[in-house]
Design a protein around this ligand. Sequence first.
Ligand SMILES: [Zn+2]
Length: 258
Amino acid sequence: MTLHTPALLADPFLLPVPHAVSRLRTERLARSAKPFLARGGPRGERCPGCRLPVAHCMCAVRPQLTTQAGMCLLMADIEPLKPSNTGWLIADVVADTFAFGWARTEVNPALLALLADPQWQPYVVFPGEYSAPERVVSEVAAADSGKRPLFVLLDATWSEARKMFRKSPYLDRLPVLSLQSEQISRYRLRRSKRDDHFCTAEVAALCLELAGETRAAGVLDAYFDVFSQHYLQARRLVPLAPGDDVHLRLQSALELPA
Ligand SMILES: [Zn+2]
């Protein structure tokens, strides 16, 4: 395993192909009249591959998995610009990740084409109580249904997500996958989480688990922990410790059979 040096990262020809969230960020930046200033995050020059300060870059441990399931991120306007956005981590790990900016008045035709593509069975992941009961499902159809699950995740603050859910008519015909409280409790226990707030990457991991992709779910969770650790250490100016617990956990998650 080699660590990227800042010199390598500065060379666009040596960077991996940017993923969907990275491309969306670039598009969004191009439309910005003024630079986006992230508040409260770590300072210093950022690595374009992982958005962390260069000294805390995590590109060297980025796993990429081929999964049966796909992820479709509908992102609130500012989300792709936030260095702490975890939709980015989903796109790092899950090869078939798509990302679209959300706007109330228009919809990207590529998103409509994706939702209509017969290889996918899309599910909007959202609490069931906000939807008509006949749309709500709690399970993902088995792989023998002939379609691959596509999880539509609303990557936004909670109030923005509710608005997106209500004001996107093209989502209205899709089943709503509502995560069940027992699944959430199991997840909280396993991850020793104290609260019920899940970031987008954690919701994606829960969805992968529901789709029977346990290894991918574990890798995404472990990768999210690595990101949180690097982010925190960068903010506190603590040097990286590549062999610590979170890195070992990611390593063992990757070693599990698919
Ligand atoms: Zn990096």
